[in-house]
Design a protein around this ligand. Structure first.
Ligand code: MG
Length: 284
């Protein structure tokens, strides 16, 4: 099941996506409510090209939960390359941080870009999990029972801000309207958990290309570790890390600018297509 979010006649609704028929079936509930247990009731069809897909999720329990450095080749290209510092050894446990929910935009919306805030806007293709059942201290072998589904995300980051505030990443990961999410939420039973291909293209050039099989910590390990002593709730979004090839680690470095087109794709989950767009976010 692929659940999208659309606004029809001024009302936001969930929609079942049928890619083969190129259509969507409107639902009586929003995706936010379905994730929290509302039934899926079909209430009419529309051709897919006639609707504008929005972020599947709009109601957030809290910040988006994120995993850092979950592909070792990305860890090596980042932590291992800091000038004037010794390489850092691989962490034994996942790295976690959060992004503010006002970062979230739809799968085809513009990515806000304000160069007065940062000159180092970077892309990070990722798989996002959506929790469907509350739990605390969830054992690894039961972790996937708590997952409602998966979607594609791009954890767009401002590398200078990421390092500017005492070593924590919140600020450089939380600028408004910078994280595309979508294009739809694919429920867990329809996802190939053995290996999804994660790719990011900028202006048609392939910058990231990896398999989720390369993740240092599995989906289940992330949930088990994150939920230990900390309740995860239906509707929580958990990003699972980006592979190598980010702009900051390239030689020469590549940062995003006004007009760049970023395509983020995960096999089986769909594709985001977003244009980086000059936006006044209020930088001083
Ligand atoms: Mg990331």
């Amino acid at each position: 099941m692929k659940l999208a979010s659309v606004t029809v006649d001024g009302v936001r609704r969930g929609a079942l996506v049928n890619e083969t028929r190129r259509s969507v079936s409107l639902l009586s509930a929003t995706v936010d409510d379905i994730v929290r247990g509302a039934p899926v009731v079909v209430a009419g069809d529309l051709p897919l090209p006639e609707v504008r897909l929005e972020s599947p999720l709009h109601r957030f329990n809290r910040d988006v939960l994120c995993t850092g450095w979950n592909y070792w080749d990305h860890f090596e290209e980042s932590a291992g390359k800091r000038e004037g510092q010794d390489p850092v050894s691989r962490p034994l446990r996942p790295t976690f941080f959060t992004k503010g929910p006002d970062t979230v935009i739809g799968p085809f919306d513009p990515i806000a870009y304000d160069p007065s805030l940062s000159q180092k806007w970077d892309y990070e293709a990722e798989i996002a999990m959506v929790i469907g059942r509350d739990g605390r201290s969830i054992p690894e072998e039961k972790a996937l029972d708590h997952v409602f589904g998966f979607l594609v995300a791009n954890d767009v980051s401002q590398r200078d801000l990421q390092r500017a505030h005492g070593g924590q990443w919140l600020k450089g990961k939380s600028l408004d309207a910078t994280m595309p999410l979508g294009p739809w939420l694919t429920t867990v039973e329809d996802v190939d958990l053995t290996g999804m291909r994660v790719q990011c293209k900028v202006n048609g050039v392939l910058m990231q290309d990896a398999s989720s099989a390369q993740m240092a910590f599995s989906f289940a390990q992330i949930i088990a570790e994150l939920s230990e002593g900390m309740t995860l709730r239906a509707g929580d979004v958990v990003l699972t890390g980006t592979p190598s090839g980010v702009g900051q680690a390239r030689e020469p470095q590549v940062f995003l600018g006004d007009g760049d087109v970023v395509v983020t794709r995960v096999s089986g989950l769909g594709e985001l297509r977003n244009t980086v767009t000059l936006t006044d976010l209020g930088g001083r």
